[in-house]
Design a protein around this ligand. Sequence first.
Ligand code: ADP
Length: 342
Amino acid sequence: MDVTKQEMKKGKDAVVVSGARPTGDIHLGNYAGAVSNWISLQEEYTCFYFIADYHALTTSYQDTGGLRQKTLAVTADYLALGIDPERTTLFLQSSVPETAELSLLLSMLTPVSWLERNPSYKDLISQLSNLEIRTLGFLGYPCLMAADVLIYHADLVPVGEDQLPHLELAREIARRFNYYYGETFPEPQALLTRGRVLPGTDGRKMSKSYDNIIAFSDPPESVKKKVMNMITDPSRIRKTDPGHPEICSVFAMHKEFNTSGCPGIERLCRAGEIGCVDCKRDCAAKLLEFHAPVHEKRMDLLSRPGDLSDILEQGSKTARALARQTLAQAREAIQIGFTAHE
Ligand code: ADP
């Protein structure tokens, strides 16, 4: 394969690989910024989506008690939201241990300076100073990420602008491998995702770290309550004051979950013809039209944990068959070990 003259594959010929750590229940922000994109990509491409439990260990190795439960919970969320295991390979990263071996092989040729200059490494080290995070695993996670995508010969990796340096690192690692051992890995391309950032109930970015999320695990009553308590435009004192939807978190929810009603809400708000309480009530109702069936479905799926782990196991089997082939190619390229003659 001549990867230097790599042509961009299209449609179902193109492999998309993406993963997310099982750090907690999926919330509306995760849906708006990541999962909705996964769902639409599965229409067009051959997708491999994984639950990155090895990656979860990079920051949570001291407390792994809830890892299996969180893995099942996010699996239920993904399925309820529309990830379709009939069309997409949905699997568990640690059920494909070939990834770990490829990561080890890649780590042999990855200079530490590449890892240390990784911007999110520097950011997280300063943000998470309370955790003992200066581990080999955390420093080396870009190698694991490179293995995650290279092992499936990914053509496209959906990333936000902020994750571009990670993908660049994976491409550099692939290039270096190809340089030493011959053309083995195509360099994955970025599939830039539109940067919708959904604010949480307090107006900051919705994030588990801020305790401001609306999750699909929240029952409808709690969703309603959270929306009714959301912070709106602080300059609006009276109902008749003209509002500023562009700075209002409730309006951001309308934009995401009430697409058709959104222009009307914007007009009424700017004209001071709708009060924040009515606007929130409307928002909660529209949001629940989407949220409630997903909530119900994920609760039903979670009541059958055996079925969930079977789905993951099935996906992992498919992923593993491909991973085995790629690992054998990599071992052959390096000329490590002997091919087994059976
Ligand atoms: P959290 O901040 O809650 O820990 P994660 O870091 O686990 O979320 O994010 C998982 C994915 O969801 C990432 O791709 C991230 O970009 C996306 N995401 C998280 N929060 C938001 C948000 N508020 N708006 C848009 N996308 C988000």
